[in-house]
Design a protein around this ligand. Structure first.
Ligand code: ADP
Ligand code: ASP
Ligand code: MG
Length: 412
């Protein structure tokens, strides 16, 4: 039997009615003759609530227990979805990560998938099961403990299953009807794309567009999974949604394909750091060990053997960051005069493979922000993206201004 993977995000399984609606969609694919692997998220808001409970109990929590708690939301929806399908006379069974088993490494809170053996589920398909409902976001470590794949990780569960089972397609059902030029929730003029290249989707996701988890796009690219993003609220159709595909399959080529943002950033500056060979390693080594995801880095020109070092990280990691650098200073590994944290910054980025062949994109971006009176604090670039750090209060304005400046409401 051909296999299909269908993933339903939090809003698509937010209550019993929505689970029933999603199950109906699964039923349509079963009727076409597919064996279906359904990946479910927790009900919307559930994971946030669980994370909140962990933070309240233990601010610098043990990541193994964090995973034990936050993985539980998916267990509920997997069981409910299987029950709903059974009510529709469709042979279905739920699977938690460890039952598959979805094997990961031991990086709790951000584990990577290492292997998905297909035997257990395939045996059940051979016995007549039509739908395997798998709890997304979770796996099992070599030590036998429950792991989670990072926020938004059910997308990655879905793509990894599609690759492991050789699925014909991996459909990601969410609360928007596809991938847009930017988040349609903050820009009215955002335009839905029929297709987007893997490379562009990968950048947009890693720069904050949470419609797909970054790792899911990486896996789809590597294993050539046919990946589609579509709404679980619209009528089914073969052409719905956005297909994430190879660059060659796309005719459109604007210099910029989309704008992404990441709202919750912090900027940390170490003032008057003693400058010497190895200083960057002495600062960023301890930060990495403390699990701080450092993003942008700027080192100023040194004067009198002292320099300022600035970096950005997710805002909820700045306490860890401060602790790590202060400990490094206490141990004598580094020295600096002061540490300044700006908690109210956001990152806005423009992305497009067209940038490889179009000059002047950066200048155009900076001009658009200047026209709005938005000050840029840090800039980074790569071959197909430009990112700036700005005051959080200007984030939405910046996204809209850039969307206008690059005419993203119009197809190329
Ligand atoms: P799910 O719970 O289904 O996984 P998510 O909330 O993780 O859904 O992702 C969908 C959300 O991603 C949308 O509601 C939208 O606000 C946001 N989003 C951000 N950037 C984009 C984009 N470029 N295109 C579509 N959605 C985007
Ligand atoms: N429930 C998890 C989260 O909210 C995983 C997911 O939905 O993809 O991050
Ligand atoms: Mg998601």
């Amino acid at each position: 039997m051909p296999t299909l993977v269908m993933k339903f995000g939090g809003t698509s399984v937010a209550n019993i009615d929505r689970i029933a609606r999603a199950a109906k969609r699964v039923g349509l694919e079963v009727a076409k003759g597919y064996d279906v692997i359904v990946i479910v998220s927790a009900m919307s808001g559930k994971t946030n609530e669980l994370v909140g409970w962990v933070d309240e109990t233990s601010p610098l929590y043990d990541a193994r227990e964090y995973d034990a708690v936050v993985s539980s939301g998916e267990n509920v929806t997997a069981g409910l979805m299987a029950l709903r399908l059974q009510e529709m006379d469709i042979p279905a069974r739920s699977w938690q990560g460890w039952q598959v088993p979805l094997k990961t490494n031991s990086a709790h809170g951000a584990a990577r998938i290492e292997e998905i053996p297909t035997e257990n589920i395939n045996r059940k398909f051979a016995e007549g099961m039509k739908v395997a409902v798998v709890a997304g976001f979770q796996g099992i470590s070599p030590e036998g403990r429950i792991t989670t794949l990072g926020r938004g990780g059910s997308d990655t569960t879905a793509v990894a299953f599609a690759a492991a089972f050789g699925a014909e397609r991996c459909d990601i059902y969410t609360d928007v009807d596809g991938v847009y030029t930017t988040d349609p929730r903050i820009c009215d003029k955002a335009r839905k794309l029929d297709k987007i290249a893997f490379e562009e989707m990968l950048e947009l996701a890693s720069l904050g567009a949470k419609v797909l988890q970054t790792r899911s796009v990486e896996l789809a690219m590597r294993y050539k999974v046919r990946l589609r993003v579509l709404s679980s609220f619209e009528e089914p159709s073969d052409t719905a949604g956005t297909l994430v595909c190879d660059e060659e399959d796309i005719m459109e080529s604007n210099a910029v394909a989309g704008v992404a943002y990441s709202r919750e950033e912090a900027k940390v500056t170490l003032l008057a750091v003693a400058d010497r060979p190895g200083i960057a390693a002495a600062i960023f080594g301890p930060l990495a060990e403390a699990g701080v995801n450092v993003d942008m880095i700027v080192q100023n020109i040194a004067e009198d053997g002292r320099t300022d070092m600035t970096f950005s990280c997710p805002v909820n990691e700045w306490i860890r960051a401060e602790k790590a650098v202060k400990e490094a200073a206490a141990s004598g590994a580094i020295s600096f005069q002061d540490l300044v944290v700006d908690h109210d910054v956001a990152k806005v980025s423009v992305v497009g493979i067209g940038m490889r062949s179009h000059a002047g994109v950066a200048a155009q971006m900076f001009r658009a922000l200047a026209t709005e009176g938005i000050n840029i604090k840090v800039i980074t670039t790569s071959e197909i993206k430009i990112s700036v750090l700005i005051d959080r209060k200007y984030m939405e304005l910046a996204v809209q201004a850039l969307h206008d400046a690059f005419d993203l409401d119009k197809a190329a």
